[in-house]
Design a protein around this ligand. Structure first.
Ligand code: SF4
Ligand code: SF4
Length: 338
């Protein structure tokens, strides 16, 4: 099947704020990208969250905010922070593992939230729970049903790895049955627990990465199938076509990944290292005086993304003259199908 997905270029004047308000979580997913040594173990106070929201809001720009954790609904003040974010004109999403702590569905009004996003990594409890933990599929799908019944716009994130790519094609009927409006397919990133798996070939997690061939054979086709049922599907570009221009979001877009220890990254691939562009100090955004990701962004290489080459060289292939066989796009570049 020929994919009709459109690559969505980085939009000038749009900013995306990914706000990790804590790193605590009730689950221990095999691919968890949280790295407490680099991201801290703090739970931000309500005051610090609100000052962070003010720091990153910009009246002149459309700003998308995603509350993240850990599990963000573990924060007792999340409902108030969502209200505050709407007052500051953010478009607001909460990414949850599905447990919806602190009476989330009662405390938050659906009109205050643009999307409530759930993470599910398999079409049944056998696949999903082998990655995310026993009983998670049941809790997550039940709460999706409750959220939709209450009037929330619900999206679903499926992180593709070697553990679940062969089951991705089973998601279309599940999404339809659940009533999910948007489907985000993510690629496993070699960060946090999955980086440990990649580096040590841990017997616990195994190698989670997916080959290029498998990704291209499966993901665009499944995205198409899901879109045919009326769902808005987004998935990472990953591999650029030969005529496509390479762009680094760190240079042409405004993305901020904020962690509870005050680090602010512009590139998610760098999050396992002290390469953050800024630090929040006394409610101000201070440039990191050390070597930072920002110095890497302008480097132009034949392979496309420079951080991918540095951190995930196994994803690249070369011909017998050492010329790369393809370029890897910015990890923030997406394909969309409506
Ligand atoms: S991936 Fe998310 S839900 Fe899973 S352990 Fe990590 S923070 Fe928790
Ligand atoms: S993933 Fe690569 S291209 Fe994208 S922001 Fe990071 S360094 Fe730049």
């Amino acid at each position: 099947m020929q994919s009709t997905a459109k690559t969505v270029g980085f939009k000038a004047g749009e900013r995306n704020v990914f706000f990790h308000i804590l790193t605590a979580c009730n689950l221990q997913c095999k691919h968890c990208y949280i790295n407490s040594a680099e991201h801290g173990t703090e739970t931000l106070s309500k005051e610090n969250i609100v000052s962070g929201l003010r720091l990153f809001s910009d009246e002149k720009k459309k700003s998308n905010l995603v509350f993240l954790g850990g599990e963000p609904t573990l924060h007792p003040d999340l409902a108030d922070c969502i209200t505050m974010a709407k007052e500051l004109n953010y478009s607001v999403t909460v990414d949850s593992n599905g447990y919806l702590f602190h009476d989330f569905l009662k405390k938050v009004h659906p009109e205050n939230l643009d999307y409530l996003s759930f993470s599910l990594d398999g079409p049944d409890s056998i696949i999903n729970d082998s990655i995310r933990g026993n009983g998670v599929f049941k809790v997550c799908t039940e709460n999706i049903g409750k959220a939709i019944a209450k009037g929330f716009q619900v999206s679903l994130i499926y992180t593709v790895s070697s553990k679940n790519i062969d089951h991705l094609h089973r998601m279309a009927p599940i999404l339809q049955k659940l009533g999910v409006k948007r489907f985000f397919i993510q690629v496993i990133g070699l960060r946090g627990q999955s980086a440990k798996a990649g580096r040590q070939e841990s017997s616990v997690t195994g190698d989670l990465q997916v080959s290029r061939e498998k990704w291209l054979n499966i993901v665009p086709q499944v995205a198409e199938q899901c879109a045919e049922t009326g769902i808005h599907v987004t998935y990472p570009k990953v591999f650029l076509d030969s005529q496509e221009k390479f762009e680094c979001a760190g240079e042409v877009a405004e993305n901020f990944f904020i962690f509870p220890n005050g680090r602010v990254y512009q590139c998610p691939l760098c999050e396992d290292y002290a390469l953050h562009t800024y630090t929040i100090e006394n409610n101000k955004l201070m440039p990191n005086p050390e070597i930072s990701e920002k110095m890497m962004f302008p480097l132009k290489i034949e392979e496309g993304c420079v951080m991918n080459k540095l951190l995930q060289p196994d994803t690249l292939e070369y011909d017998n003259t050492d010329k790369p066989l393809y370029r890897v796009s910015c990890c923030l570049l997406k394909n969309e199908i409506y």
